[in-house]
Design a protein around this ligand. Structure first.
Ligand code: SF4
Length: 287
């Protein structure tokens, strides 16, 4: 069976930059990452063997001091304040695209608050990037995951909408069109800001073609990766023989029976070394 690794898979530039910074900083000694460095358990484990500690705010109360790394997702303003108070040295690996979006939301929030304008964020509630974005509005923005959240919106007031960077661009466009029609019906304006990241949306067309061209797709992604979920759905929409795994141990030999080609792809947080390990494991199973 032919095994092909998607040439467009691997880390996005924001994650690559953050990991590179972490590796450089680890040479100088102890480093704590605020939350999981990436939504990929295997890559987190690799960095931990290099000495990185992971601080999980949902499990530990006391904010760390020492050298603390802010990951690519970014953080809300109060995190910086809390870290400064704790005497931490901040190593900021926020992705420049996320940082720019945070600044834009903050700017609109400041400009528009006197006009009673609402800020909407299309994203996953509780996702660290969404918390960082909403923090720019003092948590006054409404997080819209899907149509069921439309009840939260006051259609008699104007609004701005932004998307979490890793949300599916087509789904954002569809939702924004629905909302624009509803605001127009109430004679109000909705300003739609295109903020899906091209590192994710730019992969959709290529991934669709890649998934169509093979008999079976093995998609490798961390369990908590939003873009992993979205990109896997792209594969399964065109190839029903698409399977999602997070580690090679989850591969099922039965997937390849009678198949002539297998494509391996992954999320923007899936390390290339893990894709290579998956390819090796499939090769061992099928030869
Ligand atoms: S997906 Fe885009 S916005 Fe998110 S970390 Fe990667 S490059 Fe940055």
């Amino acid at each position: 069976m032919e095994i092909i690794i998607d040439p467009d898979s691997g880390f996005c530039f924001g994650v690559r930059k953050a990991i590179q910074l972490a590796e450089e900083q680890l040479v100088d000694g102890e480093l704590t990452c605020l939350g999981e460095m990436v939504h990929n358990e295997a890559e987190v484990a690799r960095l931990e063997t290099m000495g990185m500690k992971t601080f999980l705010p949902e499990k530990e109360k006391k904010i760390p001091s020492g050298r603390v790394l802010i990951r690519a997702h970014g953080e809300p303003p109060e995190t910086y304040e809390r870290l400064k108070k704790a005497g931490a040295e901040i190593i900021d690996a926020t992705c420049p695209i996320v940082l720019k979006l945070q600044q834009k939301i903050k700017e609109i929030y400041k400009e528009e608050s006197a006009r009673n304008t609402q800020i909407l964020i299309f994203g996953k509630p509780g996702h660290p990037e969404v918390i960082g974005l909403n923090g720019q509005t003092n948590y006054s923005a409404l997080v819209i995951a899907d149509e069921s959240d439309f009840v939260k919106i006051d259609f008699n007031r104007p609004a701005h909408i932004f998307s979490q960077t890793t949300m599916d661009a087509e789904a954002y466009q569809k939702l924004a069109n629905q909302l624009s029609a509803l605001f127009s019906a109430h004679r109000q304006n909705l300003k739609v800001h295109p903020s899906s990241c091209r590192q994710v949306s730019g992969r959709v067309e290529g991934l669709r073609n890649f998934a169509k061209a093979v008999d079976v797709v093995v998609f490798v992604s961390g369990k908590n990766s939003s873009n992993g979920k979205a990109l896997y759905e792209v594969c399964s929409s065109v190839n029903p023989r698409s399977f999602k795994i997070s580690v090679p141990e989850e591969i099922d030999a039965g997937w390849f029976s009678g198949m002539r080609s297998c494509g391996i792809s992954g999320a923007t947080s899936t390390p290339p070394w893990l894709l290579a390990q998956v390819a090796e494991a499939i090769k061992r199973i099928t030869t």
